[in-house]
Design a protein around this ligand. Sequence first.
Ligand code: MLC
Ligand code: AMP
Length: 508
Amino acid sequence: MANHLLDGLMANAQPEHVFARLPDGRTYTYQDVVDVSARFANRLVALGVQPGDRVAVQVPKSIEAVTLYLGTVRAGAVFLPLNTAYTPSEIEYFLGNATPSVFVCDPKDAGSYTDLAARLGVHLETMGVWKSHGESAGTLADAALEASAAFADIDRGPDDLAAILYTSGTTGRSKGAMLTHDNLLSNAVVLKDLWRFTADDVLLHALPVFHTHGLFVATNTIMRAGAGMVFLSGFNNDQVIHYLPECTAMMGVPTFYTRLLDDPRFTKELVSHMRLFVSGSAPLLAETHVEFEARTGHRILERYGMTETNMNTSNPYDGDRRAGTVGFPLPGVDLRVCDPDTGKPVPDGEIGMIEVRGPNVFAGYWQMPEKTKEEFRDDGFFITGDLGKIDADGYVHIVGRGKDLIISGGYNIYPKEIELLLDEQDGVLESAVIGVPHPDFGEGVVGVIVPLKQAHVEEASIMEAIKDKIARFKQPKKLYVVDELPRNTMGKVQKNILRDRYAGTFAS
Ligand code: MLC
Ligand code: AMP
């Protein structure tokens, strides 16, 4: 029996080695990983999950959420993690679109999902955070504890699906990126070597585990190395500063690093034994890179990736880690910069659309063959939507986005989705949603609303009306009501003018 992803991830794991240490004192060895993921796999199969079925999961961060991912893969099924901030109306779309056979939610949300699951014919299970003292952590957790720790992995090859991760789109509709066993494994293999992870490493893990960064870049790479993690439920300065001295490496979004730099306890001594700090998911300001080095002596290693492609580029481990760049294409990844209209490569140094090809690049959007076709060139390159250039030394720079996208604290927010919702509200004629500089999140969401003639629209009532419709992190942090939106001669809203006008909204 061979399960491409599982076998590859566990190739260097020693059963007694600690995979994760939790703040509640529990430790989780690689043997525990094998046992608990087998219990989950057995339980999923008992629930009728067949190879290729989707298992959708919206649960609080826990190490068991990671072993559920592995158990799903061992059962030959497809793991579909969902942001814990998504509201039931957002979840309804994902379940309807992905048609999973099982949906696992937080026990506290079960009431909100019972009817929906019944209507869609999805089996509902629950899982919260497991406690050390035998308290129930939900139906799936309880049943898994009763299940056997022996499981014969379902055969899966490199091109079989391992996961679907939804990413929003410029049309406002989310698309499920289909990731194969080899998309995930090939990236973990490369990153482990490039970033020199060994069994001696301990990664400080404070990212969510429903996105590429926390689930695949962090966890898969650690597993591939047979290394360990201090596994925190989320990012907060107190815990991170407490645990950093026990770790050798950390991965984070830029907000993690700016928050640490704002804390006087974050000193050179605190991180003197650290080997590596990695940043990604959003642009790291060159000034943060410089300030970090001045404070700690460490140069943050910035890399660039996407849900659809896993990681594409990285600054070098040994060579010069250049602020404001995302480094070189990873081994095995082809990257080029092209004219967005003609698709022809532009000369080095010129700005164009970044396109990538390689074993890391996804298999297409779930049940959207047309959309998939639009985003690939005939020779297999994926059009990322990021604008960039390659400098004379081969470093890739991201200089902007060809897609209307806001990245806030490492989360992607597509303005179109918010605009469609604002436009539906009473008294609203139209709206525009933009990202402007935010001292904590990098970019903060601002909504600009034009009311219908004679209508009176207030920020508070609009915010109240949308509060249960979309995840909190997507909601505008400030709304402006204006008479009209600036438009060009073609009638297109000039968002650059709005971005300039409201640039100081979150100035600290
Ligand atoms: C939380 N809030 C946010 C937010 N996170 N608002 C905008 N953007 C965000 N990212 C809101 C909450 O709704 C709440 O609103 C308030 O801010 C405080 O919430 P919190 O829960 O206390 O925030 P905190 O826990 O401090 O979270 C901030 C954060 C978190 C930066 C730690 O957002 C985070 O972990 N981000 C990482 C995202 C990530 O993993 N991205 C990788 C994607 S993969 P209110 O108003 O109710 O108070 C990818 C590919 C790649 O991009 O290349 O890696
Ligand atoms: P996601 O769809 O959540 O996977 O987000 C992917 C997007 O995040 C990319 O298309 C980029 O726009 C952005 N991104 C990821 N890493 C970086 C980085 N290091 N610098 C700038 N943008 C980044």
